[in-house]
Ligand binder design. Structure first.
Ligand SMILES: *Cc1c(COP(=O)(O)O)cnc(C)c1O
Length: 398
């Protein structure tokens, strides 16, 4: 028999994992409306508002947005099966656990993956991108596939510079980018960076429950999809784009999640404004790093210009398991922290600071970490929370 928790934990649970993130009450209320006829006139308005609003979130005017009732992993698969053919060569980078999982999807479809090794503490090196593409003079590589924000490590790759490297090498490969933990948290510019396929999900920066994922697709990717021969049915862009013209879907959409999505777009794009959303994330991330440094703990990310604004991964000293630490924090302070993924299991915990969050919520979470370090007996200095408070009170975003 599973053990039933016998202690009621009062107050709000602190969900500080890097996705799923806190869902604002406004979004929960927006979703709790009756489900409507997905072939009726009222639905068409909802569908068009979501598809149009998402373009602003991806910062695209010319791209098409696709909405799937699936987790982000589905949108990974969609990016592949719509654009590539069996045995095509693709270039990927071992930035961490999620890059490694995406590679596995590509391999499962019979693609030939060139996987540039990495130490899980750095982002993609644009110089390596340029070198690899220049070496490929016969243009065997059909796609360069990048994770924008590596959620397992708290390292953000510079996609604008990756694009510049591709242009410098004059290579025609498609650029595909996973923004599942960066979209609506960290600046992502679909048109400016000429990204061909963007992959995103609902449960991180968009502040929605899990269950939706997205592709944002360029003209070039749509053209590639006409030639590509991997089999596709559910994920087919062409099947989707036809009915989408009128705001409809080829199968039953996740109507109530779309109510939530419409509300999230209203909040992020029309009320707070994306530049302010990015600034808020930068600031909360910087405050978190102040706390980690003051505790005397080590940040996993080694490059200051690659620090993630969505989450911070922190290394625990030898002999202290992240798994036990997080259990102590959860049981004592009702705070969920992110676990160590893949080869970081047992060694690294992650503080999510993306989505619907403000100064006081962040400080509550940092208090939980600081008290947890004390309770678990991790050698550290006090004063992390105080350092974060001081930073936040100064009011800058450096
Ligand atoms: C969360 C995440 C995924 C996986 O998405 P699911 O919704 O769990 O399928 C993939 N890539 C990145 C960067 C993520 O953060």
């Amino acid at each position: 028999m599973p053990k039933i928790p016998s202690i009621y934990q009062s107050g709000r649970h602190f969900l500080q994992i890097p996705g799923p993130t806190n869902v604002p009450d406004r979004i929960l209320r927006a979703m709790s409306q009756p489900t409507i006829d997905h072939r009726g006139p009222e639905f068409a308005t909802l569908g068009l508002e979501c598809l149009e609003g998402l373009k602003a979130v991806f910062q695209t005017k010319t791209g098409k947005v696709i909405i799937y009732p699936a987790s982000g992993t589905g949108a990974w698969e969609a990016a592949i099966v719509n654009t590539l053919s069996p045995r095509d060569c693709v270039l990927m980078f071992e930035t961490g656990h999620f890059a490694t999982l995406w590679r596995k999807v590509a391999q499962n479809f019979g693609l030939d993956v060139v996987f540039v090794p990495g130490d899980w503490r750095h982002g993609i090196d644009p110089v390596v991108v340029e070198t690899k593409l220049r070496e490929d003079s016969s243009h065997k590589i059909k796609a360069v596939m990048c994770v924008h924000n590596e959620t397992s490590t708290g390292v953000t790759s510079r996609i604008g510079e990756v694009r510049k490297a591709m242009d410098a090498a004059r290579h025609p490969a498609l650029l595909m980018v996973d923004t599942i933990s960066s979209l609506a948290s960290i600046d992502y510019r679909h048109d400016e960076w000429k990204v061909d396929v963007c992959v995103a999900g609902s449960q991180k920066g968009l502040m929605l429950p899990p269950g939706l994922s997205f592709n944002a697709v360029s003209e070039k990717a749509l053209a590639a999809s006409k030639q590509a021969s991997l089999p596709r049915s559910f994920w087919s862009w062409v099947e989707m784009l036809g009915p989408n013209e009128q705001g409809f879907f080829p199968f039953t959409p996740a109507t109530n999640l779309l109510y939530g999505l419409r509300e999230a777009i209203q909040m992020l794009v029309h009320e707070e404004g994306l530049p302010n959303v990015f600034r808020r994330h930068d600031r909360l991330a910087a405050a978190t790093r102040c706390a980690v440094r003051a505790w005397g703990l080590e940040l996993l990310c080694l490059e200051p210009h690659e620090f993630s604004s969505s989450l911070t991964a922190v290394t625990l000293p030898e002999g202290f398991s992240e798994i036990d630490f997080r259990r102590v924090v959860l049981e004592n302070y009702n705070l969920s922290l992110g676990s160590g993924l893949g080869k970081l299991r047992g060694k690294v915990f992650r503080i999510g600071h993306l989505g619907d969050l403000n100064d006081l919520m962040l400080c509550g979470a940092l208090c939980g970490v600081e008290m947890g370090l004390g309770k678990f007996g991790v050698p550290h200095r006090k004063g992390g929370v105080a350092a974060a408070l001081e930073f936040l009170a100064r009011g800058d975003s450096s």
